[in-house]
Design a protein around this ligand. Structure first.
Ligand SMILES: Cc1cc2nc3c(=O)[nH]c(=O)nc-3n(C[C@H](O)[C@H](O)[C@H](O)COP(=O)(O)OP(=O)(O)OC[C@H]3O[C@@H](n4cnc5c(N)ncnc54)[C@H](O)[C@@H]3O)c2cc1C
Length: 282
């Protein structure tokens, strides 16, 4: 994929729009559908993923020498479009959280013409779409931090008029409150993160949830994504304090405070915390 342009969306968000001939077969159905980006390893300009079959790329990627192996990161397909000229464009909204992490650093320096590799959807509903509400859902409850806001916004865009939604979105700065476009009947509570880390962050989100009076629902569906520790606490809130059936809660850790994606994958391989692989259900 080739960077076509970038646009700052808020204090923490940078939208990177990609194009390129290889996107001709890209098919995204929206919602929280994600893709894997492969970024150049340190001190390299370009990535070179071995060319393999669909079901063997992971082994081939892992077998590469450390200094050549591209850095793999998961991101949401914020939007896919076909241009009047017939080409395909894909938007990804990156959270810029510092210059020392590979993906955040890459995005912060992205300029038109830079290329990266990606493995993305070729069908509209692949297994990376975790938002799968049952047909009889009568209320949607969403929690997202900034990394999952692109996914939550894409979900809200697709919900029909009249759908009852309560959403809690946690962002680092007041101008990260990017109001999603939706036809749904959505009430959004923004939790702007103040000082403090770990438990304090989570408590601020729980306070906002506890202060809310969500509508009584017969068949609620809960979708949660963001920092793994907070997501786990928010899941407990819905299951234990609001008596939501645990099978109606879809929750995903998008990242974990203090651990890079490599460290989470290494834990998963070692069998120490298989459920904490990024993108896995906790
Ligand atoms: C399915 C899925 C979809 C995702 N979609 C998006 C998306 O659309 N946009 C997006 O920005 N992210 C998204 N993420 C999260 C993103 O993959 C992680 O934030 C990832 O760790 C970023 O890689 P990095 O190289 O910048 O940091 P890493 O090298 O992985 O981490 C380095 C350090 O930074 C910390 N860190 C990681 N992310 C953050 C953050 N956002 N804020 C503060 N500290 C952080 C880690 O805890 C670690 O200590 C998604 C994740 C998943 C699983």
């Amino acid at each position: 994929m080739e960077v076509l342009r970038t646009r700052r969306l808020g204090h923490s968000f940078l939208r990177v729009t990609f194009g390129g001939e290889s996107l001709a077969d890209f098919r995204s159905g929206g919602h929280d559908q994600s893709l894997s980006l492969f970024l150049p390893p340190p001190h390299r300009e370009h990535t070179a993923l071995p060319s393999t079959q669909e079901d063997t790329w992971f082994g081939a990627w892992r077998a590469m020498p450390d200094e050549e192996r591209p850095v793999m990161r998961s991101y949401t397909v914020r939007e896919q479009r076909r241009t009047p000229a017939g080409t395909v464009e894909v938007d990804i909204d990156f959270v810029l959280h510092g210059d020392s992490s590979p993906a955040s650093q890459w995005a912060g320096r992205a300029v038109t013409g830079r290329r990266i590799q990606a493995i993305g959807p070729a069908v509209e509903r692949n297994k990376s779409v975790r938002f799968q509400p049952p047909a009889d859902t009568d209320a949607y409850f969403l929690y997202a931090d900034e990394t999952a806001l692109p996914a939550a916004a894409a979900i809200l865009e697709r919900l029909p008029a009249g759908a009852e939604v309560r959403a809690w979105f946690e962002v680092p700065h007041a101008d990260d409150r990017l109001e999603p476009a939706t036809r749904a009947d959505a009430e959004i509570t923004w939790v702007v993160r103040g000082p403090g880390a770990g438990r304090e962050r989570t408590d601020r989100v729980l306070d906002a949830l506890r202060a809310a009076e969500p509508p009584a629902a017969r068949a609620p569906y809960v979708w949660l994504a963001g920092e793994a520790g907070t997501v786990r606490a928010v899941r407990r809130h819905f299951v234990q304090e609001r008596s939501v059936d645990r099978r109606a809660v879809r929750f995903t850790g998008y990242w974990r405070l203090g651990a890079s994606e490599e460290e989470l994958l290494a834990e998963a391989y070692a069998g120490r915390a298989p459920s904490e692989e990024p993108g896995a259900e906790l």
